[in-house]
Structure formats: structure tokens, C-alpha cells
Design a protein around this ligand. Sequence first.
Ligand code: PEP
Length: 253
Amino acid sequence: MRQKIVAGNWKMNKTLVEAQSLTSEIANMVEDEGPSDVKVVIAPPAPFIYAVENLIPEMGQIVLAGQNCHLEDAGAFTGEVSAPMLKSLGAQYVILGHSERRQHFSETDEELAKKTDNALKNDLKVIFCCGEPLEIREADTQNDYVTKQLTNSLFHLSAEQFKNIVIAYEPIWAIGTGKTASSQQAQDMHKTIREHIASKFGQDAANETSILYGGSCKPDNAKELFSQPDVDGGLIGGASLKSRDFTDIIKSF
Ligand code: PEP
């Protein structure tokens, strides 16, 4: 059975007190309402990870993630956050390759391959984002585009290392736009991604890999998306900033 995962990417939002309140609300709602078989990943801004860590229950259903990390462990990289830092703050995951990082910080597939190596070396699981821009979708070349992103950044890994990778398919045209991929579009791409993983790491590894959908996922469309056979959960942006919406998405399986 693949792990069901709902991850919240808070991006550059919230103050310390707001981050603590939101974390407590989510922790309480998940504890009261379940379901208990969904792994909940919260990715607050890095400065808040340590401050919210003691607000989540110890059982391990809710875990913390960084939103990015540098490819080196340490050094003269002003303003950056490293994988060992995230780990020491209490993070178990890191999101890599988000389209906003690719777009605004010029992250390349090659750089993301190195970041992935460094995150895994530091015992962080990676939520690796991929997804096509609108013009690629309109040209109907999204499968080639997305599988190439995965090949370039992940296919140098060993099968053992790949066990610590979660894929998040996030069509860029659906992120923060209110425009969701249809459940069929999501399923088609997730199936393509799973077949691509199988071509390199084998069918068993592909069957075990959680593939999340991201892009304007909300309480009112999550159920339909999560009911697709290859959709194992979601990476949630805007709707993860409200405890009620985020918990309702978690309950959508
Ligand atoms: C995201 O940024 O990962 C995302 C999916 O955002 P939103 O849910 O706001 O579209």
C-alpha cells in the first residue's frame, strides 16, 4: 500500500505567532477528526520550523518539511538554508524543484539533482516537484516535458535512495490560479510518471512511490482528485493556510 500524503506548502506567509496558531489548529483537528492513515506534511517558512515542532504530536502522523535547501552542507551562501540545518530544526522532508523556485530563483534540473543528493545524504525525504507551463500543455507535449524533468534530476539515484522520494505533479498553469487540472488530466499524468519511474527503478518501486497532485487543490475538488488510482494525495498551497480547508482536504480520501 502506498503512503497517502497531504502536504501544505505555506510559501512566504505567516508571522511566528500565526504559524504557531495554524500548526496547533491543524494538529488538533487532525487528532480529533482523522483520518489516521494519511501522512500530513507541513512546510512552514524555515525560520518557524523549530518553533512549531513542539506543537505537533509525537506519534509521527504530522511531520515538518523545508520548502527548499541548498546543495552544499555549509559555506559562504548568504541567506540560504542547508539540509543539515533543516534536519536539526526537526524537519523530516524537504520540497525541491517547486515551480516558483525554478522560475524566480532559476533552479535547473542539474542543480536540483545536486540538491536532491544533498537532502538524501542528510536523511531528509524529498518531495520533488515537476510540472509543465501552459504553452507545453497547449502543445500537448507535457508528458515529454515532465518525464525529462524527472530523468534529469532523479534518474542518477540508486533504487535504495529513490525509496525516499515523493513526487508532486504540479501543472504550473494550475498553481495559485484557481484553475485545477481535471481529475482525468491528473490521473493521466500520474500514470505516465509511474510508468516512467518503473522504466528506471522497476515496477515494485513505482508501485510504492507516492505521487501527489498540486495546483488549486481545495476541499471541494480534493475528493475527486484523490479518488484517481494514481493520485496518492496533494501538495497544497493556498488552501493549506486555513486550518479548516487543509483538514477538510486531508479528510477527502
Ligand atoms: C503549490 O504552490 O504547491 C500549490 C499547489 O499552490 P496552490 O494550491 O495555491 O495552487
